[in-house]
Design a binder for this molecule. Structure first.
Ligand code: ADP
Ligand code: MG
Length: 376
């Protein structure tokens, strides 16, 4: 089914990903209704209509189903059941089944393994009884809660097996995965789109640097051998096909110091490491998401300019006022994106800057220059 403008699209979640989706959709002439309890949500402010209700508010969900021709989500912690019940009356992408897998690290790792792909060695820990199974893991290892982790939250490093019980207790004995902390040569990600009929299109692979578990810099194109680029793209396609996925999907990879390719995790939505597409590709990941859920073919995902994206966290805000944005706006190759969040907290994603250049190094140099200028 093809959904054309000026149809109304529904978005569950009002964060920055929802906001950039709203911009792409409204640019194309669609209307968007955003559901998010925060009256000040970044996406709600730009939406055609904002329902400031909880995600389990039945009246709000009924309203969305009645008034939208298709519904998507920007955030994987929506209960899969909510998508399932909406899907009875309106198309929903991603599907509840894809979301259910992506929102639980145990199911996610099991699914990845079933696709014949590798993850870091891990064990699932649900009860104290399972801890014994972790004795054979290589250490150090990282304990991660199976659900609700993001930006490195809900993770504890265990230097040896002796630390495992305490880490599990510290995470309130929630279901967890304990995985080997691998030696990273690089982290890369593939953002792709897959249509309802199964056509896949990959954006260029991005190379990612994290600081304290949060994405700091994404640069594209990634500097990898042609064989490795093919390997990660093929792995991401396998995952998208295995999920019978419709929409934009991101897959994060570890490339280890001994050159193994391991799947880290996936996100059933546009991704922070795909923000570079906004200014460096002919089509952004957000337009691609609109296109996929509306049954349109993928737009041209080719990259036209080398780029380095810097994530702006609340950490750089001075005690009073705003960072010196004029140091960014003065630069013709720096593209400033701010999400309209009022409270700048440490670790909170406030915006990003896409730094363009004639080559990767020039783009990265510009990024480093800006980082220096905005240092608190
Ligand atoms: P989140 O859901 O918070 O993004 P991730 O599992 O992707 O969680 O972890 C965040 C970052 O922490 C990763 O991008 C990577 O830099 C580091 N990390 C996570 N797991 C491992 C691991 N097993 N080995 C080495 N580094 C890891
Ligand atoms: Mg991650």
């Amino acid at each position: 089914m093809t959904i054309l403008p000026p149809a109304t699209l529904g978005m569950l979640g009002g964060g920055q990903l929802g906001r950039m989706f709203v911009v792409a959709a409204r640019t194309m002439g669609y209307e968007v209704i955003v559901l998010d309890p925060d009256p000040d949500s970044p996406a709600g402010k730009l939406a055609s209509e904002h329902l400031a209700s909880k995600f389990d508010d039945t009246a709000a969900l009924d309203y969305l189903a009645a008034n939208c021709q298709v519904i998507s989500t920007e955030f994987e912690n929506i209960p899969a059941e909510t998508l399932e019940s909406l899907a009875k009356s309106v198309p929903v992408h991603p599907s509840a089944s894809a979301l259910r897998i992506a929102q639980n690290r145990q199911l996610e790792k099991q699914f990845i393994t079933e696709q014949g792909l590798n993850t870091a060695a891990y064990v699932a820990i649900n009860t104290d009884h399972d801890i014994e199974n972790a004795r054979s893991l290589p250490y150090p290892a990282i304990m991660k809660t199976a659900t609700f982790g993001y930006d490195g939250k809900g993770q504890i490093v265990c230097d040896s097996f002796d630390d495992v019980a305490a880490a599990f207790a510290q995470l309130d004995k929630q279901p967890c995965v304990l995985e080997k902390k691998v030696e990273l040569a690089k982290e890369v990600s593939v953002v792709l789109s897959r249509s309802q009929s199964g056509d896949i299109d990959c954006f260029p692979v991005a190379e990612n640097q994290h600081v304290g578990g949060i994405l700091d810099i994404s640069a594209a194109p990634a500097v990898l051998s042609v064989a490795k680029l093919e390997e990660v793209k093929n792995a991401a396609c396998k995952i998208a096909n295995g999920l019978d996925y419709c929409g934009v999907l991101a897959v994060e990879f570890f490339i280890t110091s001994d050159e193994a390719v391991l799947v880290n995790e996936m996100a059933p939505r546009p991704h922070n490491s795909g923000h570079y597409t906004l200014d460096a590709c002919y089509t952004s990941q957000f337009e691609q998401q609109v296109r996929m859920i509306c049954g349109l073919p993928a737009g041209n995902s080719r990259q036209h300019t080398p780029v380095a994206m810097w994530n702006i966290l609340g950490d750089i805000w001075p005690d009073a006022g705003e960072p010196a944005w004029d140091s960014v706006t003065a630069l013709k190759n720096a593209k400033l994106h701010l999400y309209g969040k009022k409270a700048a907290r440490v670790g909170r994603k406030m915006g990003h800057i896409n730094c363009l250049g004639g080559d990767n190094q020039t783009a990265m140099n510009l990024l480093l220059e800006i980082k220096q200028a905005l240092k608190p």
